[in-house]
Design a protein around this ligand. Sequence first.
Ligand SMILES: Nc1ncnc2c1ncn2[C@@H]1O[C@H](COP(=O)(O)OP(=O)(O)O)[C@@H](O)[C@H]1O
Ligand SMILES: [Mg+2]
Length: 166
Amino acid sequence: MNDRTWGGFGPGKEPGEGAGGAPGACSPEAGAWTHVPIREECDVAVARRRARELARHQGFPESGVEAIATAVSEVARNIVVHAAPGEIVLGAASEPGRRGVVVVAHDEEPGIPDLQEAMRDGFSTSGGLGLGLPSARRFMDEFSIASPPGGGTTVTMKKWTHDPDE
Ligand SMILES: Nc1ncnc2c1ncn2[C@@H]1O[C@H](COP(=O)(O)OP(=O)(O)O)[C@@H](O)[C@H]1O
Ligand SMILES: [Mg+2]
């Protein structure tokens, strides 16, 4: 892992390629992604609401719904505060025995020069609490962040729940 990625997936992947490459069991069906443009604070609420709806649809208990909604709020707010514009992309995933929600937060600039530092509890360049990224990571099951030099930031997160149909 170089110093411009942090977490499990690695840089430069498109939504749905994060955990496994080509479309497969873990990828949302084609066309199943929801795109929420993020420019200002009210867009954060839209992303949060869409995330809640998708998580409920996927069968998450309310605690999981709220965890996903909170993680989405944090990465969406980071786009507003540190980077706007950008977007949140939400997708449903399924694998044998489990269902999930995939969240990709993406923006084009300015990027994050030191991801290790950005992931630390309490680190903020804006006088914030510096808890957004670390808490998003804790709320989700899988988390990665990439910020290649000269580019923006992409955060990819997944959370899973038991598939009630199996
Ligand atoms: N999308 C982003 N673009 C640029 N910098 C970001 C982005 N998201 C987070 N950061 C950087 O990472 C730091 C830590 O983020 P976070 O944990 O959410 O804390 P806070 O937002 O309270 O500062 C931010 O202060 C900022 O420097
Ligand atoms: Mg933040």
